[in-house]
Design a protein around this ligand. Structure first.
Ligand code: THF
Length: 336
């Protein structure tokens, strides 16, 4: 899978130094897009190891999306990847599943015409008056697969205004061509090293599950990332990337690479020319690790098989990965 290497190098070559709310600076690029064919294997990155506890975290996160829960009480027993954004009680304002499965609708007295779709007998109205977007999408794919309106939104303006972390991957569209189920994901903000590999895998799993439920074949995963960024460290190290010539030199060196193994030389240059004892020992500077990853050749894609269970019954144990032979793991620290 060449797309990930292309994404990393595109962000480094076109991105600008950008401090942000987390306190860990980024190299940030506006608007990246790529597609991945899901017919020739499952796009779990092979240039770093995402098996074991990482695969378990990824699957648990995916099952949590499908669950419709607005808290992480079950999720946090399986993985800590969401803990930083929830309160002690496990409540989280960025609950994708809540919006996918139980999208809130205005109360009857404030509804305008056309906002009243979850009328009492609507098939996809939940008992609490919320709307199950995913169930509705499945029905549309079965009954009206040529539809160009099969859009699921996790964006809720009132929620976004108060949330500690509004949804990053906030909307996706199903589109069928030749009996193939394509998914187009739009993401407002993408952490290239940590989140994006998880997001690629989660939406590819979603395409696989929904294709299975609708008797379609998984087609293409398309991904648009508005702010595509690579965390580059804090303190001296972050600022160092922001200083005039560093990024230019990095870009020139990336430009001169003919053979991917040379990304390792760029990495060595970067580490040698960094200010003494960079404040990146904690792993917040993702650039060296990503350059190592770019130097590695992608291996053949693994396969995923999902048991034939209903959407509401899918658990981690129903998703089976085989033929995964990744390069060694790379450690990156997550900016909160
Ligand atoms: N915030 C930031 N800065 N980056 C993100 O990717 C991100 N997310 C979610 C919410 N906020 C974010 C959380 N998702 C890992 C993976 C996904 C996350 C958060 C953290 C992570 O640390 N992955 C490790 C392994 C974890 C493990 O072993 O359990 C890895 O090496 O991949 C984007 O959705």
């Amino acid at each position: 899978m060449h797309q990930y290497r292309d994404l990393v190098t595109a962000v480094l070559r076109s991105g600008e130094h950008k401090p942000n709310r987390t306190g860990v600076d980024t190299i940030s690029s506006f608007s990246q897009h790529y597609t991945i064919n899901l017919r020739d294997g499952f796009p779990l990155l092979t240039t770093k190891d995402l098996s074991g506890s990482r695969w378990h975290s990824l699957l648990s996160e995916f099952v949590w999306y499908l669950s419709g829960e607005e808290h992480i009480r079950s999720l946090r027993e399986e993985t800590s990847i969401w803990d930083a954004w929830a309160d002690d009680d496990g409540r989280l304002e960025t609950a994708y599943g809540r919006f996918w499965r139980r999208y809130p609708v205005p109360s009857t007295d404030s509804q305008l015409p056309g906002e009243a779709w979850p009328v009492d007998d609507h098939r996809w109205r939940n008992d609490d008056g919320t709307f199950d977007q995913l169930a509705y999408a499945i029905e549309q794919l079965q009954e009206n697969p040529q539809s160009r309106r099969i859009v699921i939104s996790a964006w809720h303006p009132a929620n976004a205004a108060i949330s500690t972390l509004p949804p990053c991957h906030y909307t996706f569209v199903f589109n069928v061509q030749n009996n193939r189920l394509n998914v187009h994901l739009t993401q407002r903000s993408g952490d290239i090293a940590l989140g994006v590999p998880f997001n690629i895998a989660a939406y590819s799993l979603l395409a696989t599950v929904i294709a299975q439920q609708t008797e379609l074949t998984p087609g293409t995963f398309a991904h648009s990332i508005v702010d595509a960024h690579i965390y580059c460290g804090m303190g001296d190290r972050g600022a160092w990337y922001g200083e005039g010539e560093t990024l230019d030199s990095l870009r020139n060196r990336l430009e001169a690479v003919d053979n991917p193994s040379e990304y390792r030389d760029v990495r060595s240059w970067l580490l040698e020319s960094a200010p003494s004892e960079p404040a990146n020992q904690s792993g917040y500077d993702h650039i060296p690790g990503l350059l190592e990853q770019c130097a590695r050749s992608p291996r053949s894609k693994p396969q995923v098989a999902i048991d034939d269970v209903s959407l509401d019954d899918i658990g981690v144990e129903n998703i089976h990965l085989s033929g995964y032979d990744p390069a060694p793991a790379i450690r990156f620290a997550v900016a909160e």
